[in-house]
Design a protein around this ligand. Sequence first.
Ligand SMILES: [Zn+2]
Ligand SMILES: [Zn+2]
Length: 180
Amino acid sequence: MHSDLIGKIEKARRYAQEPERIALDEITVRFHGGNNEHMVRLEGGHWKCDCEVFHLRHVCAHVMTMQKVLEPMLSPEAREPGPVIIHSELISMIDKSRRYAHELERIEIDSLHARFRGSNNDHTLTLVESRWVCDCTTFRTWNTCAHVMALQRILAPMLPAAAREPGSIPTDERLVSALN
Ligand SMILES: [Zn+2]
Ligand SMILES: [Zn+2]
């Protein structure tokens, strides 16, 4: 049984190198900007942020950062840049989002909904209130699976501590070393 689980962990490691398997349909994050905290949300292919710049321009450094960080998992629609705006403003937003993309501790993922193209089947994953759910059979047994583990790896710096937990897999030495 454990060897089966180790196989899953190895699979998760491989999957984490292939983020294009994941299609992120919805995500909500809290973004700690320079002064304030902002809510950034992707839904139906469209981004929203509750900051003032977004309100005025329909684009902001927070959304740009999320587009940069999550790019391989986004639909073409969700990758689109915002409307054309004043050049100097755009430059400053790009600069800021570049810096933010290296400061992932600013971002905390609240919830997400994703589809995962596995080697055999497609699966649906959600994260709500720091709890993962995947519709695959492995998840039912272990409260985790290769899909959840791969997303945990990819998104690690942006996940709240409770969402980084390894599920209910037995913690013997071989498993622990496979997880690290
Ligand atoms: Zn914003
Ligand atoms: Zn799964």
